[in-house]
Design a protein around this ligand. Structure first.
Ligand SMILES: NC(=O)C1=CN([C@@H]2O[C@H](COP(=O)(O)OP(=O)(O)OC[C@H]3O[C@@H](n4cnc5c(N)ncnc54)[C@H](O)[C@@H]3O)[C@@H](O)[C@H]2O)C=CC1
Ligand SMILES: O=C(CO)COP(=O)(O)O
Length: 336
């Protein structure tokens, strides 16, 4: 039986652990707080992140990283992106040497502008061929309620991607596709959160679907430009980890990033929105690292720029809208 350790007992970590367990793997979760790991292990619920959802009885959870990692074939990492580096540094000594490290995280590291798979490669000193990424339109709560979903499993080693695909394939509930384009899959997941903030701000201001469609489509153009500069495959952005995730996150009331933006658009202050947000909205921090990454590569990302302005630099939502609409007119395919 394949052994999997899942680090992070938030909504996506717990949901993915459910899928892996029901697909027949032996799964142990690691979490920081004993009350959460005990509830998962003993009562088969995660009251903090997935209230009311029954978890499989075979799913184990512990606060001891060494115990979670013992004999693991796959190690799934699903803590907030900005906390990965110090956490992984503390866990790496106990990771079995043949394991595949899997990122479920959708963020870009502040300060270094690294993607999560790059942070894993660097901190754990792990070969790229055994670092994989799972990303797609995967709103955790819908999947936990057993609605069907598809995702993308990316790894430069296609055999490793196929192994990961096999252990998380759970018909008729969860359908993973493989893709060797790790860069594109990760960028799609991280940057769509920034675009979802923008769509949320516009919705909070009372704007309608034309504005959402404009931001989603021009957001995809931004993601594609950045991807081209970083060596991603353009086809990835037309797939589940690009367009798919962008549409799900920008249009769903379940999205934390969209909801965060909506609250800002309604006129709440940043401090008020942060206080009202219980779970990780990665775009709030990653918008700054995405913009820094774009500037390093001389890529124009006007929506990302105004998101940073509104979230971090006191720009008003109305000012942001005016700035975007007053840019010089261009052919649609400009810069693509
Ligand atoms: N929730 C969703 O629908 C999806 C989330 N993701 C991504 O998965 C990652 C995790 O997100 P969620 O599970 O939704 O987050 P969450 O907010 O539901 O849970 C975060 C988990 O990390 C723990 N945590 C917080 N700070 C920590 C720290 N400094 N060190 C260690 N653990 C810490 C929390 O206690 C909690 O268990 C994010 O990068 C997110 O973008 C990806 C796909 C879907
Ligand atoms: O990544 C997600 C869906 O795939 C979840 O989006 P939020 O982080 O905005 O909730």
């Amino acid at each position: 039986m394949t052994k999997v350790a899942v680090f992070g007992t938030g909504s996506w970590g717990t949901t993915f652990a459910m899928i892996l367990t029901e697909a027949g793997n032996e799964v142990t979760m690691w979490g920081r707080r004993a009350e959460v790991t005990e509830a998962i292990d003993r009562d088969h619920v995660n009251p903090d992140y997935l209230p009311g959802i029954p978890l499989p009885a075979a799913l184990r959870a512990t606060t001891d990283p060494e115990r979670a990692l013992a004999g693991a074939d796959f190690v799934v990492l699903t803590v907030p992106a900005q906390s990965l580096r110090p956490n992984l540094a503390a866990w790496r000594a106990h990771i079995p040497s043949g394991a595949v490290l899997v990122s479920l995280m959708k963020g870009i590291e502040l300060g270094t502008t690294k993607r999560m798979s790059e942070v894993i490669h660097e901190v754990a000193e792990w070969p790229q061929e055994r670092v994989a990424v799972v990303s797609g339109p995967n709103l955790a709560r819908e999947i936990a309620q057993r609605q069907p979903a598809a995702t993308v499993v990316a790894c430069t080693d296609e055999q490793v991607a196929a192994r990961l695909q096999a252990i998380c394939h759970l018909p008729p509930w969860f359908r993973p596709y493989t893709n060797p384009d790790v860069i594109g899959v990760e960028l799609g997941g991280a940057v769509k959160n920034v675009i979802a903030l923008a769509v949320g701000v516009s919705a909070g201001m009372g704007m309608g679907d034309n504005v959402s469609a404009m931001l989603i489509t021009r957001g995809l153009a931004e993601i594609s430009r950045l991807g081209a500069a970083l060596g991603a495959d353009a086809h990835t952005f037309a797939g589940l980890a690009g367009m798919g995730d962008l549409v799900a996150t920008c249009t769903s009331p379940l999205s934390r990033n969209r909801t965060f933006g909506e609250n800002l658009g309604r006129g709440m202050t940043l401090a008020e929105v942060v206080a009202a947000t219980k779970q990780t909205a990665e775009g709030v921090k990653s918008c700054e690292s995405v913009l820094e990454l774009a500037r390093k590569h001389d890529v124009e990302m006007p929506i990302t720029e105004v998101v940073v302005g509104v979230v971090h630099d006191g720009m008003s939502p109305a000012e942001a809208g005016t700035l975007l609409m007053s840019r010089s007119p261009k052919p649609e395919r400009y810069g693509l």
